[in-house]
Design a protein around this ligand. Sequence first.
Ligand code: ATP
Ligand code: MG
Length: 221
Amino acid sequence: MIRLDDVGKAYRRGSHTLWALRGVSLEIPAGEFHVVVGPSGSGKSTLLHLMATLDVPTEGTVWLDGRATAACSDETLTLLRRDRIGLVFQAFNLLPYLTSRENVALPRLLQRLPHRQVRREADEWLDAVGLTARADHWPHELSGGEAQRVAIARALITQPRLLLADEPTGNLDSARGLEILTLLATLAPKSGVTTVLVTHSADAARFGHRTTRLRDGRIDP
Ligand SMILES: Nc1ncnc2c1ncn2[C@@H]1O[C@H](COP(=O)(O)OP(=O)(O)OP(=O)(O)O)[C@@H](O)[C@H]1O
Ligand SMILES: [Mg+2]
C-alpha cells in the first residue's frame, strides 16, 4: 500500500540545512494499522505529510498503491487526496459554521454525490462513532473527544484506502485519548483502511499491528 525508499526531507534556513527525516525506508501493507512513535521533533508529522502527498521528499521515493507520488501530476494528487486518503489531526479541524452532520458530509458533497445519499451516509458514520445524538450540534458545542469522533467519521466517509492520523489524542485527556485510539483501532480494520497513526505516546503502540520508532529523523532499529 505505502512504501518509502530511502526517503529524506530537508528544510533549508539560509545556509543551514536541517534534515527532518533521513534514510527512512518503510513498507506498510494494505489493511495494516501502523503506529509511528517518536519524541517531539523526531519527524513524525513530516513523515505523515509525505505520505499524504502534502509535501514532497527531498530525496528518495514515496510509493502509494504502486505509484511514485513524485511522478504524479498535481491533478492526480488532488484526486488521490480527495478520494483515497483520510486525514485526522490533533486540532480536529472541523469547520465551525457546519454542524457535525454537515462536517461529516462535506467530503462526499465535494465528490458531487446526491444529497440524500450523502445525508444517509453521514448519519451512518455518526452512528459508527457513537454520535447520533450530536448530529445537529455545532463544533463549539462538542467536547474534544466528540469533536475528534466527528473528524474520524469525516475522514472515513469517503472509504479511503489510507487513513493518516497525526497525534489524534494530543488535545484530549488520557481517558478520552484511550477512547479515540480504541475507536480507531476498531473502525479502521473493519473498514479495511490502511492506517498510519503518529504519536509521541509510546502507549499507543499496543493499538497497532506494527510499530516504527523515529528518533532524530531516522528509524530507530
Ligand atoms: N517547515 C519547516 N521548516 C523548518 N523546519 C521544520 C519545518 N517543519 C518541521 N521542521 C523541523 O523538522 C523537525 C521535525 O519536525 P516534525 O514536525 O516532523 O516533528 P514531530 O515529530 O511531528 O514533532 P511533534 O511531536 O512536536 O509534533 C523538527 O526539528 C522541526 O523543527
Ligand atoms: Mg508533529
